[in-house]
Ligand binder design. Sequence first.
Ligand code: TXA
Ligand code: MG
Length: 313
Amino acid sequence: MVDDVVSAAKHLIAGDLVAFPTETVYGLGADACNAKAVARIYSVKGRPTDHPLIVHIASMGRMGDWASDVPEYAIALARNFWPGPMTLVLKRSELAGDFVTGGQDTVGVRVPDHVVALALLEAFENAGGKGVAAPSANRFGHVSPTTAAAVVEELADYLTKDDLVLDGGACAVGVESTIIDCTGLLPRVLRPGAISTAMIEDVTGLKALSVKGQDEIRVSGSLENHYAPAAKVLLCGVPLAGQGFIAHKNIQTPSGVIRLASPSDDEEFAHTLYSSLREADILGLSEVVVIQPVGNGIAVAIRDRLKRAANSS
Ligand code: TXA
Ligand code: MG
């Protein structure tokens, strides 16, 4: 493993792409200071170049390289939730080029909580790197991959022989990080995730705002259509024979319905959501009925992703 990440870090320094596991979803990484390598991320994903990327760093000590004017509440968030499923959007430093920020004057920064990701980022920084730009390792608009096999399934046709995919098992959280805009007086949640509004308010002692609908800040994950499998996602009604079905384990499977996941709590729901949507496509199902979790916490992120997946169908 140590050898693997050291060699993968060398590939990043050389300008190759390295897909790697994080606790949320797999990322497709490139040296965030290398414009050519970052341009390849966009072409491999088929993503519009004005959609900014998150810069991944090994520790919060690196935050000052990428960001300027970090407010106190952002430092409190970083101290409490990094490494973890949270991205902070901050005023950018000179290091953060237009090719990473999509031309905006802000940059998204995150310290992921996964041994392989952290070892890779540390090896990369030891080799002179400053940060790894990484979106989710899927084609634009598709379901994010939560296993190395899913990354290969998504991107094998677009990667070259010098690019790598690191296998770190299934991602623990399963949905993408909470994105918090820290450029205003109050924190503002741009994309819900495992770090909930209540957790943000608890740590900062401030009211956390949230974005409703399309915002002036570009967050491709907040497009109305995103996170979508080929199968049509239905969020109401009773599943019929031949349809896929995802619901809490207490809910029974009607006869002839293909049960894709039976999570026993919201965390397991998030953990299994994307792999079960992928499974629907592998099975060639045309429709999947999902009974959404009702809680706060990570259930908010699950409903957010499902709403967008359903919109794309
Ligand atoms: O959990 C995650 O965040 C994963 C793992 C790999 O870290 N990454 C991820 O990246 O989900 P991506 O690119 O698929 O989604 C990141 C979202 C995008 O919607 C992007 O537009 C937004 O973050 N974003 C990045 N930088 C931003 C910025 N400066 N201002 C506003 N939104 C930003
Ligand atoms: Mg994504």
